[in-house]
Design a protein around this ligand. Structure first.
Ligand code: BGC
Length: 785
């Protein structure tokens, strides 16, 4: 359907308050971002009513200056700071990055990235990761964890920040997002869900100046249905989970910057999803004062330039009312009280202040820097990190039972990614101007604000050496690619197994240039495989890689090990030697060739006009596996795929109607709650099946549910969509029963005319299997005949 047809179709009542803000024309199609005003006040929904009263009482005691300070960041000991108000006993708010570690800290853990967490398909582990992360934030005195990430979702395989989030599948990301938020907030730390929305590339994420012309940041043109069914979907799950805050993105959406996009912030987030917390700008991503406040932005970070004292003046001018400012602060303080952050929250570790360059001698706002410094907050999190690292490793190929290793006597280790990296201040020393980060050393995480500061890293080589030492094996290693690639490369003794480590780096601020392993990693694999007929490839990567070497018969096994964090070496040793049976599944698709992917990064080499950077999401819902299904492209390894050291099967699929009485096409109307209309989450079908471990070792299976809507659904509907998964541990030759709940939203499409979720008429196909292309059992049933 043409985007001009389905972009935004407001209801009659909202029509009355619509004013066209920006119009983008691309190839004759129009993308607009209508204004949705006023900004809806928070109501304390979702159990926040008592906290709301406390927040209201707090706000009633503030002077105008204090009110301005409550919504404007200042320089302080954290990456984002709200100043204390000592006369009210308020100690301020500390915001720290980010999604896989408290970055502005020493003596903290570096966890596996969101991508690795998603590859576990294990919601309990994902929640445990969120909770452990948050414990470290709290111990360091940080109230707000700037994460998790669901934007970027992963439209383009080249996206530079995809790895910070979970998966290009919105259902998988939505669940991982919600369970991470639960873990974080149950620990008493605020989650900040980011970046809303359409932030799918790094190229031109900021405006630039060329010959005096200001070139605006990238504009993501996205139609209404695609927004709802892909990019907003995980944010709905995050809001439903009660996320305290949300961060607006740097880009424009349908012509209007995210931080001043009232359709996105007021319309989608606060009205439609019933978001009760506050919206904070991305750092330096506020482009206007009053228009942003009216559009629903509640806080400017890092602050000082646009909000601050301008707020009082804007109110005097009548640009908005004091009640809007009050609502901004109530939104900030309600989750603060709800999470009991007013009761005994630790002070900020002063060593964090050193990291962000805050000098305590110049501390006009009176931040409390009295607590102990260099606190070790790592607890026993290494155990969890090691487990997620191995459970997020995906075994892609395993011929002739190459793995698990059975005590090989002579082990070869190859490639930069096997070794330790030179660290400075807990971070790898990046090669200046290199798109590949650093050459020497393994890749436990990638780069930018979503990275971490290491206390230690167990490199693959050192972990392998320790393992070999246990039973007296010998390890030879060739680390430098320049020693492997030349034709003269040969080995004096051919090892029993050759472990080749390759990596693919990415970082905030840049998109990937290719999907090949960095520093000629693919060639390194071919060179080693030419002399070693038992070559096992391990990749540490930010996402999909091209793996032509998979066809090489000397490459007997391949493991996609993603970004496992500080225990990178131990996590892979556990898989290689079989202490852990691999159970990770691909949270994305691996293609045969780069051109098989869609969703290109938009780039313009010589921009001359302000609006030069446009990215039009013409593929609609067809990203990742939806695109491969739709365009009938055979992937090399499909979404959801991953081998185990055992085998599984599924039988006895049973589908039961879980809904009493008539099922209406649209959800019955109800007061919006966090997450939207609560009836969207009504269970319509219960599905049960039995999963059998047909092999001889214990293992974990991930039965997955894919749903195909009937042909009465509109054009542009994907052939199938993931709508359930369950990770189960099963003993050898044993079985277990698995249940899926199919919710109303899972079998609905977003109807752009009705502006509602609609269940299409006709038979819905329900398929359960072990990947998006491995169907084990299926059933068809109509919700609406
Ligand atoms: C990033 C955010 C991050 C913030 C603070 C921004 O550049 O986009 O994700 O939380 O910086 O470091």
């Amino acid at each position: 359907m043409a985007p001009s047809d389905n972009n935004v179709m407001p209801s009659l009542s909202s029509c009355l308050r619509l004013l066209l803000l920006a119009v983008t024309q691309v190839n004759g199609l129009t993308y607009t971002s209508p204004s949705v005003l006023p900004s809806p006040p928070t109501e304390g929904l979702g159990g926040w009513d008592a906290a709301l009263s406390e927040a209201q009482s707090f706000v009633s005691q503030l002077t105008l200056e204090e009110k301005q300070n409550m919504v404007t960041g200042v320089k302080g000991p954290c990456v984002g700071n709200i100043a204390p108000i000592s006369r009210l006993g308020f100690k301020g708010l500390c915001f720290q990055d980010g999604p896989l570690a408290i970055r502005q800290a020493t003596n903290a853990s570096v966890f596996p990235a969101g991508l690795s967490a998603a590859a576990t398909w294990d919601n309990d582990l994902i929640e445990a990761r969120g909770a452990a992360l948050a414990r470290e934030f709290k111990d360091k005195g940080s109230h707000v964890l700037l994460g998790p990430v669901a934007g970027p979702l992963g439209r383009s395989a080249l996206g530079g920040r995809n790895w910070e989030g979970f998966s290009p599948d919105p259902y998988l990301t939505g669940l991982a997002f919600a369970r991470t938020i639960k873990g974080i907030q149950d620990t008493g730390v605020q989650a900040c869900i980011k970046h809303i929305i359409g932030y799918e590339q790094e190229t031109q994420r900021f405006p630039s100046k060329v010959d005096g012309v200001e070139i605006k940041a990238i504009n993501s043109n996205i139609d209404d249905r695609t927004i709802h069914e892909l990019y907003l979907w995980p944010f709905a799950d995050g809001v439903k989970q009660g996320a305290a805050s949300a961060m607006s993105s740097y880009n424009r959406i349908n012509g209007t910057y995210a931080a001043e996009n009232s359709k996105v912030l007021n319309g989608l987030l606060k009205e439609e999803l019933g978001f009760q917390g506050y919206v904070v700008s991305d750092w330096g991503g506020t482009y206007s004062g009053a228009p942003s406040v009216n559009a629903g932005l509640d806080m400017e970070m890092p602050g000082g330039e646009i909000f601050g004292s301008h707020i009082g003046k804007d109110i005097d001018k009548g640009a908005y009312k004091m009640s809007r400012l009050d609502d901004m602060i109530v939104r900030v303080m309600t989750p603060y009280y709800f999470l009991n952050q007013n009761k005994g929250f630790p002070s900020v570790d002063p060593s964090s202040a050193d990291i962000v360059g805050f000098d305590g001698s110049d501390n006009p706002h009176g931040f409390d820097l009295s607590g102990s410094s260099y606190r070790n907050v790592r607890r026993d999190h290494a155990i969890l990190i090691r487990q997620i690292g191995s459970d997020g490793a995906v075994l892609l190929k395993n011929t002739n039972h190459a793995l698990p290793l059975s005590k090989p006597k002579e082990i070869g280790v190859f490639g930069y990614d096997a070794d330790a990296f030179p660290m400075s201040n807990g971070q790898p020393e990046l090669i200046r101007d290199s798109p590949y980060g650093y050459k020497n050393g393994s890749l436990p995480t990638a780069g930018g604000s979503g990275a971490g500061r290491f206390s230690y890293v167990v490199s693959p080589l050192s972990a392998i050496q320790a393992k070999a030492h246990e039973y007296g094996a010998h390890v030879q290693s060739v680390i430098k690619h320049s020693d492997i690639i030349p034709d003269k490369f040969k080995l004096d003794t051919v090892p029993d197994v050759c472990l080749v480590f390759i990596k693919s780096w990415a970082t905030e601020g840049a998109d990937r240039l290719s999907l090949d392993a960095d520093f000629d990693g693919n060639l390194v694999v071919e060179k080693v495989a030419a002399v070693c007929d038992n070559t096992v490839v391990i990749s540490h990567s930010v996402g999909p890689n091209l793996m032509d070497f998979a066809d090489n018969e000397n490459v007997t096994a391949i493991i996609a090990s993603h970004l496992p964090g500080q225990e990178i070496g131990n996590s892979i040793v556990d898989i290689l030697w079989g202490a852990v049976n691999p159970s990770g599944k691909l949270p994305y698709t691996i293609a045969h060739k780069a051109s098989d992917y869609n969703g290109p990064i938009a780039n313009v080499s010589n921009p001359t006009t302000a609006d030069a950077f446009e990215s039009t999401f013409t593929e609609g819902l067809m990203i990742d596996y939806r695109h491969f299904d739709h365009s009938k492209i055979k992937p090399r390894y499909e979404f959801g795929f991953g081998l185990s050291y055992t085998t599984f099967s599924i039988k006895d699929l049973d589908v039961q109607n879980a809904y009493d009485g008539h099922i209406s096409a649209r959800p019955p109307s109800a007061k919006t709650q966090p997450g939207g209309n609560p009836h969207l989450y009504d269970t319509i079908f219960h599905i049960t099946c039995t999963v059998y471990n047909t092999g001889s070792v214990k293992g974990k299976a991930v039965p997955q549910l894919y749903i195909s809507l009937p042909s009465s659904a509109p054009d542009g509907t994907p052939a199938q969509a993931l709508r359930g998964y369950n990770k189960v541990s099963i003993g050898a030759h044993e079985s277990t029963k698995v249940t899926f709940s199919v919710l109303r939203k899972h079998i609905s499409y977003w109807d752009v005319t009705a502006q509602d979720w609609v269940i299409p008429k006709g038979k819905i196909d329900l398929r359960v299997g072990f990947s998006s292309r491995d169907v084990q059992a299926s059933h068809s049933i109509a919700a609406i005949a």
